[in-house]
Design a binder for this molecule. Structure first.
Ligand code: FES
Ligand code: FES
Length: 155
């Protein structure tokens, strides 16, 4: 089935298999490997993408359901081919170790900051609790999100 979607800001026609998840379509059909596959059952958040601006676990969304909708992956955050300022904050604060959780973490954080531009640390932690990180202990991730919000004039 051919479905049209807006993928990282560009309208695309995508050959979608009805039984495929959005995660499978992104990685296996389109070769978008910045979307990570972790648990495959909605627990880890590694596969997070933005669907019409809201974070979803792409392993839980059937691909045909995104017809006509906007999907954003990490790639969609690039600015003129460079890193997004939140990515830069993650690097500056040592919030990336293995990096497996990072794409989903960044997308969840950005959607959260849209809703709540002046969060305290507790709120940031709560917003990110669906995105599991085995490496960093979260402190540096919260540092990075907090610094980004502050530097953007939100804090
Ligand atoms: S791979 Fe989708 S939530 Fe873990
Ligand atoms: S940096 Fe390794 S899982 Fe988060």
């Amino acid at each position: 089935m051919i479905a049209r979607m807006v993928l990282n800001g560009r309208s695309r026609q995508v050959d979608v298999r009805p039984e495929h998840t959005l995660l499978e379509t992104l990685r296996d059909t389109l070769g978008i490997f910045d979307v990570k596959e972790g648990c495959g059952e909605g627990v880890c958040g590694a596969c997070t993408v933005l669907l019409d601006g809201r974070p979803v676990s792409s392993c839980l969304v059937l691909a045909p359901a995104v017809r006509g909708r906007a999907v954003t992956t990490l790639r969609g955050l690039e600015r003129d081919g460079g890193l997004h300022p939140l990515q830069e904050a993650f690097v500056r604060h040592g919030a990336v170790q293995c990096g497996f959780c990072t794409p989903g973490m960044l997308l969840t954080a950005l959607a959260f900051l849209e809703r709540e531009p002046r969060p305290d640390r507790e709120a940031i932690r709560a917003a990110l609790e669906g995105n599991l990180c085995r490496c960093t202990g979260y402190t540096k991730i919260v540092d990075a999100v907090e610094a980004y919000a502050r530097d953007r004039g939100h804090g």
